[in-house]
Design a protein around this ligand. Structure first.
Ligand code: MN
Ligand code: MN
Length: 314
């Protein structure tokens, strides 16, 4: 009988772990920690950067908090998907993007790290970090797939004007749009409840729209817009109401419940998902892991969405 920790001895594609949910190495959903990208479908990586935060810092501790919270969800297949994404997909956790001595988590550094994963043929599931990490990620994805359709969950549009020189977690989608790596005409922003007069052409589904529409009708709008273009889902946890995600740097009241967000994700089956991130979890402001649990659940359901399409193709 093998009694070694599943975080080390587990095999990619062998399904959700039946080992300790309350102990062991805190890999994402207890998938094996490994850096060998051979024959891997999805690589989970943390990017513990929060130097682009404009309000309260602390999202650098997000990856660790999400992994920790994921352990208590890792004992059974995520409801209501009726599948084990860790069985359909070979998923590994390869830890966090490490800074080097002369390059402290810069754009090119993170971009190169994610590009390495994409060029291996795997998809990346990124745990932030503040939302700025989506920018180097989008650069890496656009280099491989061309202009990306963004499905963006957030209280904020993050399209405020940028000179392109600094780093700021509220401007990177302005920058990405102007670089042509994101196509706003096929993109949607969901849960918005802050004022930004210039939409740059993104379709905005405000928090009010979410409260007044069904998840299915809303998903239909998103699906029609993206078609079969390559999609990147970026989930800023402050899309959720502070009641459901207090542990974040820039909370805004009047947001989505965890259910509303998950319900939309569940209705997006069939999209050509190529990459995903969950960002802005700042555990110092969290209580009873409310925010980290929501982030872990959202992340694993994004994996289910990816697995669904993967299963259709194979
Ligand atoms: Mn936000
Ligand atoms: Mn954001």
């Amino acid at each position: 009988m093998n009694t070694w920790d599943n975080g080390f001895r587990g095999k990619p594609g062998h399904g959700m772990s039946h080992t300790l949910s309350f102990g062991g190495a805190a890999s994402f959903f207890r998938v094996p920690y490994q850096t060998d990208l051979t024959e891997v479908d999805v690589v989970v990586i943390g990017v513990p950067l929060d130097i682009a935060t404009t309000n309260r810092p602390g999202a650098r501790l997000g990856p660790r908090a999400i992994r920790n919270a994921s352990l208590s969800l890792a004992w059974e297949r995520p409801w209501p998907w009726n599948m084990d994404p860790m069985h359909v997909l070979r998923v590994i956790d390869c830890g966090d993007c490490e800074p080097t001595n002369d390059d402290l988590l810069s754009v090119s550094h993170i971009e190169a790290h994610i590009a390495k994963i994409i060029s291996s043929g795997a998809a990346a599931l990124i745990l932030g970090g503040d939302h700025f990490v989506a920018y180097p990620s989008l650069r890496a994805h656009a280099a491989a797939y061309g202009p990306i359709s963004l499905i963006h969950f957030d209280a904020h549009t993050d399209t405020w004007p940028s000179s392109g020189n600094g780093i700021n977690h509220g401007t990177m989608f302005h920058q990405a749009t102007h670089e042509g790596i994101v196509n706003p005409a096929s993109s949607t922003q969901i849960g918005i409840r802050t004022t930004n007069d210039d939409t740059l052409g993104f379709h905005i589904v405000s928090a009010t729209d979410v409260h007044q529409m069904t998840g299915r009708d809303l998903a239909k709008q998103i699906l029609e817009r993206v078609g079969d273009s390559p999609v990147y889902i970026t989930f800023d946890i402050d899309c959720l109401d502070p009641a459901f995600a207090p542990g974040t740097g820039t909370p805004v009241p009047g947001g989505l419940s965890s259910f509303q967000a998950l319900n939309i994700i569940r209705e997006l089956k069939g999209i050509n998902l190529v990459g995903m991130d969950v960002v802005e979890v700042a555990p110092a402001y969290d209580h009873a892991e409310i925010t980290a649990l929501a982030a872990a659940q959202i992340a694993v359901e994004l994996l289910c969405l990816y697995a669904e399409r993967h299963r259709q193709k194979n």
